[in-house]
Design a protein around this ligand. Sequence first.
Ligand code: R1P
Ligand code: URA
Length: 291
Amino acid sequence: MRQIAPSELIINSDGSIFHLHLRPGQLATTIILVGDPGRVRQVSSHFERIEAEAANREFTTVTGTYKGKRMSVVSTGIGTDNIDIVVNEIDALFNIDFGTRTVKEEKTSLTLVRLGTCGSITPDLRIGDLILSRISVGFDGLLNYYHGRNEICELEIEQAFMEHTGWGRLLTAPYFIRCSEMLAKLFADTTVEGMTISAPGFYAPQGRYLRLRPADPELNGKIERFEYQGHRFTNFEMEGSALAGLSRLLGHEATTICTVIAQRVALGMEPDYRPFVDKMIAMSLEKLSQI
Ligand code: R1P
Ligand code: URA
């Protein structure tokens, strides 16, 4: 059996995993992921009981119960590079035996729901609306480093999109990936389904122009006009693609739900978006307590 070397699966001296500082057993199988470490408290303040807490860098975790259901909330920080760390380490905590450093024969499947914020790119989606990423689209390239990427991605849409945009040769190949069917059904009556771009940055990668001009100033227009078998782009955020992709490869159920805080077409913005995020959290806890 393949033994994973200490340099590959890094275990701290207290038995916790390298970045998350969590030990096996400290996470629930239902996990809410948030970008902002400050949002962890916003979620865990709803728990009636807290059993474990950990913090290292941008990764803060609380495990507890909501209406009797064991749940964890973990902050990821910004970007799909952080999602690579968080999803691999969460999976290892369940599916790798830390004693023998071998992959367990019996796998545990997890439920991972990211609750984030986003910018909408369709005029009919307004500040405070909740978009569930039915399809996540990675402009970040992370999934392209993993074996099996082609087996889980929507290759026809990828091809059509690259042709439609004249995708730049210096950009990494975008990947289109569907989220968990089960979670899409669970949240169907409280969210709008969308096709979400996870960008590898907040400014030019999402078409913003402060002092530095985007390489292709027409890219957002082409994105807004793209349509494939009824699928159109709805919003920009920065993590969902890697979450959807890695979770599919590992056998977990995952999706991203985001509150719209910026309207990129109508150019509106709500800097005091906390009450909207509060509502998203309360709704999501309620839904997740039912599965
Ligand atoms: C950018 O401001 C951040 O906000 C969005 C983006 O994905 C990015 O992480 O999500 P969060 O509010 O979850 O961080
Ligand atoms: N998060 C993003 O990544 N983009 C936005 O426009 C708003 C939030």
